[in-house]
Design a protein around this ligand. Structure first.
Ligand SMILES: C[S@@+](CC[C@H](N)C(=O)[O-])C[C@H]1O[C@@H](n2cnc3c(N)ncnc32)[C@H](O)[C@@H]1O
Length: 228
């Protein structure tokens, strides 16, 4: 029965995969949160399946539930703050931001029309109580999206790399230049951190490493920066 829930093959079961309890526990936890919150965010989606393959774009895999809570204390967010998830996927971090904080507005930007639609359904169906009144997912390539000048917390879960990442950072800094304000960036799986630091405009504030990790690495880690 556990194998059914986890969608494991007979080969996986007989080769002893099921006895790897930490793995099974994490897989179960992922499904359990979705069930509990009445949403569908757990299943990965490749960009080939979505017809959006590009070497610098990253496929859909959600950040862990609790990523935002561990990186951003609720006391740091006030009623004028605006949250933006660049590459919002199925909206898991939008749900965390809208339910766990006093954000005035929560925005997600997602390239895939299918994933945008899943996010809309998740926002409409969730059993989580959304505190933010204004919650919106925009279907757009980040390259075509102008970052609103009141955004104060930007979340990225390694959504794109290379030139696309550089261009998104440029857009964020342009917004900070038009409307100077405190801006926090939360970067999960911070693959492009060297580029970020090279700009000289991002000051590292803290690093959050998951409890199950023995050694700090890029994947599973969250880094928080202030835009200077
Ligand atoms: C690793 S997933 C992160 C999903 C979500 N932020 C989360 O943590 O649950 C990356 C997402 O970025 C989206 N993405 C990739 N390239 C993009 C682009 N150029 N513009 C907007 N979204 C993009 C993908 O479709 C995918 O849903």
């Amino acid at each position: 029965m556990l194998a059914d829930v986890l969608d494991l093959s007979d080969a996986a079961v007989s080769s002893g995969l099921l006895v790897q309890l930490p793995l099974a526990r994490r897989a179960l936890a992922r499904l359990w949160y979705d069930r509990r919150f009445g949403v569908n965010t757990a299943d990965f989606a490749t960009l080939t399946d979505l017809g959006l393959e590009h070497p610098e774009r990253v496929y859909y895999s959600p950040a862990h539930w609790g990523t935002l809570r561990r990186a951003l204390p609720a006391r740091d967010v006030g009623e004028h703050d605006v949250f933006l998830d660049l590459g919002a996927g199925k909206g898991r971090m939008m749900l965390e931001a809208a339910s766990g904080y006093a954000f005035k507005r929560v925005i997600g930007v997602e390239l895939s029309p299918e994933l945008t639609e899943v996010t809309r359904r998740n926002l409409a169906a969730t059993r989580l109580r959304l505190r933010a009144r204004d919650v919106e997912v925009v279907q757009s390539d980040v390259l075509d999206y102008d970052i609103p000048d009141d955004v104060s917390v930007v979340f990225l879960n390694n959504p794109f790399r290379g030139e696309i990442f550089a261009s998104a950072v440029e857009r964020l800094l342009a917004s900070a230049g038009r409307a100077p304000r405190p801006i926090t960036m939360i970067y999960f799986n911070p693959v492009e951190e060297p580029h970020l630091l090279q700009t000289g405009r991002f000051q590292h504030v803290r690093t959050v490493v998951p409890r199950w990790r023995k050694v700090e690495g890029i994947y599973g880690t969250t880094r928080v920066y202030k835009v200077t």
